[in-house]
Design a protein around this ligand. Structure first.
Ligand SMILES: Nc1ncnc2c1ncn2[C@@H]1O[C@H](COP(=O)(O)OP(=O)(O)OP(=O)(O)O)[C@@H](O)[C@H]1O
Ligand SMILES: [Mg+2]
Length: 500
């Protein structure tokens, strides 16, 4: 029996097994150039017809059909009382009988209601619960490439982890347990096959604070969902460990003496920081709460940079900053709504027909309708997740280049945007300020100053981010380590301690 570490990230997830000496990463995505790392997005889709509509929708439609029959019935009755001769009376009494028959023929009414509802139903109309209950799940590259080919055939949940701390209504909590349960079950099966043993225990990473605005209540909800999902996935024992502390356990193996280390983990969804006393003597200790000097964390991660890059550099080429012909500005909320891939109600509102009509009307009285046309295409073709993904790629490319041309051909044939590292830096100003404030908070809360610095998480690969942190802490020696694997490796170490 083996215990594994699971880094269930906002952007990517990883699974690792630690045997006390070495880490073995589990291959999760054979289609990816980095098969031991899998996109955390899920595409839930339909290869055949959509499922039948929910019973309550059918009942509402039946009631509507019955109201229409009742109106006809009332008219027929009126005509019967006003009939001039028995022949006319007979016609209307037959009609009344026939309408009464229709009114009470429930199976036929339900059939008719289903037919009408199915005619205009799209995947976007399905509730999340229905989608999870009836759709087919595709993970990693397989899911994302199917989404790119057939976005209308399913729904892409871009980062399930982002929703766990948010307000969830009417079955959405169970829907996320279903989605994450299926992901964790897939991870467990991959691990069992590759380790050739049963896997029933997992240590799962958690951010200090989950994405969302509901504080401790949001954190509690997120952990409840994750625990239920892990149980549904077949795990029997599950523990959670804060992500920066997990990363610390991994670098502890490099140390030769007791050291207070500041760990900064900047991922896709959150930034998590801790000051922790690490020591080779403590390596095998299970409970290290006494060694943690301070922890801070907040929901600022790489995805927010991607959205900021859109609003600062791409949105102006879609009409942001231009005006109506009377001179008032085009509402900037169009562009922030367009990027709301981590807010289901807001994104659904952006994709609604009414929203599309509003943009179309705005275009008719705008000074630059040709730019707004691009916004309209993203809205109409539901391309928000694709656009945020393009911005992510642009940001990552700008870690190695000073300037890129970002092609956006899926919006318009000849559409491309030129972006420089200076543009990126400008779009990151307030984000960087918040990250630095969080680091300072962690330092202030620690009773002892750190002696070393370790920066991890995908965003630590950005030279802009690294430089800002090094400038903030010029005297702190930097420990080298991996940007993507440290958290997961630390979770694997903790899992191995549980299994001893
Ligand atoms: N070379 C790079 N340059 C800049 N940013 C990068 C680079 N590579 C990855 N990133 C960014 O790092 C983020 C993903 O980091 P990581 O995989 O650590 O996040 P995660 O663990 O999925 O998220 P979280 O820990 O917040 O739940 C993304 O925003 C991604 O764009
Ligand atoms: Mg992470």
């Amino acid at each position: 029996m083996a215990a594994i570490g699971i880094d269930y990230g906002t952007s990517n997830s990883e699974v690792v097994y630690f045997d006390g000496q070495q880490h073995q990463f589990i291959e999760l995505d054979p289609l990816s150039p980095t098969p031991c790392k899998i996109r955390s997005s899920v595409f839930v889709h339909y290869t055949d017809d959509l499922p039948l509509p929910d019973a309550n929708l059918v009942e509402d439609k039946v009631a509507q059909l019955q109201r229409a029959i009742k109106t006809k019935l009332d008219k027929a009755k009126e005509s019967y009382y006003q009939a001039k001769d028995p022949r006319e009376e007979k016609i209307f009494s037959d009609r009344i009988d026939s309408l009464r028959g229709d009114f009470h023929n429930r199976p036929a009414l339900q059939q008719h209601a289903i037919h009408i509802l199915m005619e205009d139903m799209t995947v976007q109309d399905l509730s999340l619960s229905k989608l999870v209950e009836t759709g087919e799940f595709l993970f990693g590259e397989a899911g994302f490439s199917r989404y790119l080919k057939n976005p209308d055939k399913g729904r892409l949940i871009y980062s399930p982890k982002n929703f766990l701390g948010a307000s969830l209504f009417g079955g959405q909590q169970d829907a996320f347990i279903g989605i994450i349960g299926k992901q964790l079950s897939y991870f467990r099966e991959c691990a069992e096959k590759q380790l050739n043993t049963k896997v029933t225990t997992a240590v799962i990473g958690r951010p200090v604070r989950f994405h969302g605005t509901r504080g401790e209540q949001g954190n509690e909800q997120a952990l409840t969902i994750m625990r239920a999902a892990a149980m549904a996935a077949g795990f029997e024992q599950v523990e959670f460990l804060q992500e920066p502390i997990a990363a610390a356990y991994n670098i502890e193996r490099q140390l030769t003496e007791s050291t207070n280390v500041l760990v900064v983990d900047i991922g896709g969804g959150t930034t998590d920081i801790c000051c922790i006393q690490l020591s080779p003597q403590q390596l095998t200790q299970l409970d290290r709460r006494g060694d943690v000097h301070s922890v801070t964390g907040t929901r600022i991660g790489g995805m927010e940079c991607d959205k900021n890059l859109i609003t600062k550099t791409i949105a102006p080429t879609m009409g942001d900053g231009t005006t109506f012909s009377h001179g008032l500005p085009i509402p900037p909320t169009y562009f922030s709504d367009m990027c709301a891939v981590d807010n289901i109600p807001r994104l659904n509102n952006f994709f609604s027909e009414e929203y599309g009509l509003e943009i179309a009307q705005t275009m008719s009285v705008a000074s630059h309708p040709e730019l707004l046309k691009r916004l309209r295409i993203v809205q109409e073709q539901k391309l928000s997740a694709r656009l945020v993904n393009s911005a992510r790629l642009a940001k990552e490319m700008l870690s190695d280049k000073s300037h890129i041309i970002l092609p956006l051909k899926y919006i318009q044939d000849d559409y491309q945007v030129s972006i420089s590292t200076d543009d990126l830096r400008r779009s990151m100003t307030s984000w960087l300020h918040r990250v630095k404030r969080l680091i300072t908070e962690c330092l202030d809360a620690s009773p002892q100053p750190p002696q070393m610095l370790f920066i991890t998480g995908g965003m630590s690969l950005s030279p802009i981010v690294r430089q800002e942190i090094l400038d903030l802490l010029p005297d702190l020696p930097l420990m080298e380590g991996d940007a993507f694997n440290s958290v997961c490796q630390g979770l694997g170490i903790q899992a191995s301690k549980l299994n001893q």
